[in-house]
Design a binder for this molecule. Structure first.
Ligand code: NDP
Length: 489
């Protein structure tokens, strides 16, 4: 043991320290008792409702609509009317003004949105404040810039809007996914009907207020809430394009439903990303990247670095440093500004995580969870790492969508590529090495839509995002993100 290591082990990490609570105030956001569907610029009184809760406390937050088929079709009709009666004919520079307005309003009201996002979804306020909200506004700014330049984006191809887009989004980044869907669709001259996830409808409903504030023409954006039945109805309805983000299983069902209908489709589905650490990397930086890759947003991230591949020569060191770093993660109240890991989004998701973690233990992997006190109410899961994992284990194969990391090893770059690609998914990957040539060699061979080098979970509206294989098809973000919303001559 070196002198430095001796001193470190004598001075334990400060896991016993008590941090003074630093809660963000809830007062900034006003939650209505009951919400309807936002159709044609008006609130439609819902026929059926359900309660949406705060996963951190199980507190009931509001009553929201469970859209019936008639309500979904009314929303589609409103979107069709708005498309035909002006929006699609509006000059791009006018559409851009609306998108700019929305972006500015999101910035102005960002604290309100961040608090609501953390309340309804369970994610730490520092993530909704510093990641979700700035990125959501950035997407509207970015696509506002394209709205009057479509001819330049696609020269000699005469781009035209396609009509009404039906958009279905998940619960892990509710407002950000809304922005990814709505901004390019509107920039391209389409109108939309969006269905947020059953467990996280509130920021999408607050967004309707932004739509009104920006004086967007009625019917251009319509929001219907409810569970998967509402989503399925939207897919079946009179829409010209479907954009879906969610599980591979539902993505496949949608693809089957749309086969032969001529409706356009983009799917952004699950992942089981490899985060690959070579022995020449900046180790402490890589450990931060590993932690960010899997514990960010409780691991509810389709591109989460959930399979860690470590070069054998540094395996012991990486695992030691990782466990030490995990001890400093603070799990708890999503509205506390000190919190690193918030609540699991729903009881159903918690059960799924528990089931997969139990399978990891049964199959023979070694589990480590840092000591941490979990709140008694609500849905919680401690940050978890599995070592001694074989590639065949379920925890190395299936998407857990929780704060659970599986560590595997490799010896050569070729072996790393082979193991990393050994998955039905292909959404993202990470590489940690100081050699630029190795980054390029690896990136060329990894079957993943996004490959990060010496960083992880970096997003930019100008950069396209999407998958290969069972992670879906089509790209969101960048100029590529406009294409699925356009027709060409
Ligand atoms: P789903 O795929 O069921 O949900 C995604 C969206 O689709 C939600 O709005 C959902 O509504 C809706 N939906 C559900 N069924 C249908 C249907 N038949 N037709 C049209 N829309 C439908 O994901 P889950 O929430 O059930 O999560 C299950 C797993 O999926 C997770 O554990 C994770 O592994 C993966 N997942 C991946 C995501 C990603 O970003 N790629 C995001 C979310 C989940 P409702 O909310 O009511 O179910």
């Amino acid at each position: 043991m070196t002198e430095l290591e001796k001193r470190r082990s004598a001075a334990p990490v400060p896991s016993g320290w008590e941090y003074a609570p630093a809660p963000e105030s809830r007062d900034i956001v006003r939650i209505e008792e009951r919400y309807g569907h936002f159709v044609g610029g008006e609130w439609l009184e819902p026929r059926e409702t359900y309660a949406t809760i705060a996963p951190a406390t199980e507190e009931r937050l509001a009553e929201v609509g469970q859209a019936t088929p008639e309500e979904v079709h009314a929303a589609i009709a409103a979107a069709r009317g708005a498309f035909e009666n002006g929006w699609s004919e509006l000059p791009g520079s006018d559409r851009a003004k609306y998108l700019f307005r929305i972006a500015r309003i999101l910035q102005e009201r960002s604290r309100e949105f961040a608090v609501l996002e953390s309340l309804n979804g369970g994610k730490p306020i520092k993530e909704s404040r510093d990641v979700d909200l700035p990125l959501a506004a950035a997407h509207f700014f970015y696509y506002a810039g394209w709205a009057d330049k479509l001819e330049y984006a696609f020269p000699n191809r005469r781009p035209r809007p396609i009509g009404v887009a039906g958009q279905i989004i998940p619960w892990n980044f509710p407002l950000l996914m809304l922005a990814w869907k709505i901004a390019p669709a509107l920039a391209a001259g389409n109108t939309v009907v969006l269905k947020p996830a059953e467990t996280t409808p509130l920021t999408a409903l607050l967004f309707c207020d932004v739509v009104r504030q920006a004086e967007l023409p009625a019917g251009v954006v319509n929001i219907v809430t409810g569970d998967g039945r509402a989503g399925a109805e939207l897919v079946k309805g009179d829409v010209d394009k479907v954009a879906f983000t969610g599980s591979t299983e539902v993505g496949k069902a949608i693809q089957r439903e749309l086969a032969g209908t001529g409706k356009k489709l983009t799917l952004e589905l699950g992942g089981k990303a490899a985060n690959i650490v070579f022995d020449d990397c900046a180790l402490d930086q890589a450990v931060e990247g590993i932690v960010n890759g899997i514990y960010f947003n409780q691991g509810h991230v389709c591109c989460a670095g959930s399979r860690l591949f470590v070069q054998e020569s540094i395996y012991e060191d990486v695992v030691k440093k990782l466990k030490r770093r995990m001890q400093t993660l603070r799990v708890g109240d999503p509205l506390d500004k000190n919190t690193d890991v918030g609540a699991i989004n729903s009881r159903q998701q918690l059960d799924k995580i528990r089931e997969l973690v139990a399978s990891g233990e049964e199959e023979g992997a070694e589990i480590y969870q840092p000591p941490c006190r979990l709140p008694e109410k609500g849905y919680w899961f401690a940050p978890t790492v599995f070592t001694d994992v074989a590639q065949s284990y379920r925890i190395a194969q299936e998407e857990i969508f929780g704060p659970v990391l599986s560590v595997l090893t490799f010896r050569t770059p070729a072996e790393a590529v082979e193991k990393a690609n050994n998955t039905p998914y292909g959404l993202s990957a990470g590489i940690w090495t100081e050699k630029g040539s190795r980054i390029l060699w690896m990136a060329k061979r990894l079957r993943a839509g996004v490959v990060w080098a010496n960083t992880y979970n970096r997003f930019d509206p100008a950069s396209p995002f999407g998958g290969y294989k069972e992670s879906g098809f089509g790209r969101e973000g960048g100029r590529h993100g406009l294409e699925p919303y356009l027709e060409f001559e």
